[in-house]
Ligand binder design. Sequence first.
Ligand SMILES: Nc1nc2c(ncn2[C@@H]2O[C@H](COP(=O)(O)OP(=O)(O)OP(=O)(O)O)[C@@H](O)[C@H]2O)c(=O)[nH]1
Ligand SMILES: [Mg+2]
Length: 344
Amino acid sequence: MSTMKRASTATGRSLEEMMDAAMGGDRLALARMLTMVERGGKSSAKVAQVSYRSKQRGQTVGITGAPGAGKSTLVEKLISSAREGGKSQVAVIAVDPTSPFSGGAILGDRIRMQSHSGDNGVFIRSMASRGHLGGLSMAVPEAMRLLEAVGMDPVVVETVGVGQVEIEVASATDTTVVVLNPGWGDAIQANKAGILEIADIFVINKADRPGAKEAVRDLQQMLDMAFSLGIHPRMVEQPDGMSQELWHPPVLETVASTGEGVAELWSAIESHGVYLEESGEGESRRRKRAERSIALVLEAEMASQLDKIRSGQMYASLVDATESGRSDPYEAAEKLIREVGYDR
Ligand SMILES: Nc1nc2c(ncn2[C@@H]2O[C@H](COP(=O)(O)OP(=O)(O)OP(=O)(O)O)[C@@H](O)[C@H]2O)c(=O)[nH]1
Ligand SMILES: [Mg+2]
């Protein structure tokens, strides 16, 4: 495509050249492309032209849970398990939805993950929403796609907190891991926040603390109930009218600070990856993600079109006309839509 050839960057290299460099292990080229993704708009559209056309796939893994649950500590140990298990290129995105700048939490993550800093097979990046019009819901999936395209597998995304955005970002992955801690009511809180439904794997981290066994039991009971009532979204209606449970989310215990249970977690993540491919659910999830991505870009595009219309001359004069009784809101809107050509 000619537009793709012409799309060049500040360094004078075309995006295809940068992509080739990134695939060959040029981390600076990869970091530059991720910055373009973060910037959003035309800049991320250029990257998307190459990243979305790549056939290269990796398993994307979302790690979510309340602040301080031990996600970063767990991710650091998971990277070691993945590397020891033979994964040659592993990526981590640490998402910070709260601040447009790299805040203290992210700095902490950087320092903690330094045990991997001498490892060429590990790429770690913090991301904030910055100017991206669609925010993190758009930027993170685009970044994941780019990392997959350059050969990273797995691509692990850590989100801080359990708000809507974090849940959306974490669940826009192949495998979603929800991290909880022992203690009264943590599982119940999770249920209220709706995160029981997005988890493929549960982890009770800080299992060295009292109440781990009870937390596992509570969670398992809640899951069993949801499945036996057929209200869990993973229940799939079969042709014979019976519901079938396709993947029952395991509930694991870990002590991230010592690494206990992390090998089992990595193996559960890999099993889920195999399940996704064999069952066809992986493909249907990717399809849903593609649909969601288009919807987000379309919404952002429409919103900016709408801003343009509202700052235009015609809009102002239709406001006057409606106020003075020469027009009405319906006719005004229809005229504006006709003007931009959306009625065709
Ligand atoms: N006792 C105990 N402490 C742990 C365990 N895992 C992590 N921690 C400690 O819990 C604290 C928070 O750990 P992080 O890994 O930063 O937690 P996080 O979920 O990434 O935190 P945010 O990114 O701020 O949401 C740190 O002081 C860890 O050392 C564990 O298994 N047991
Ligand atoms: Mg963290």
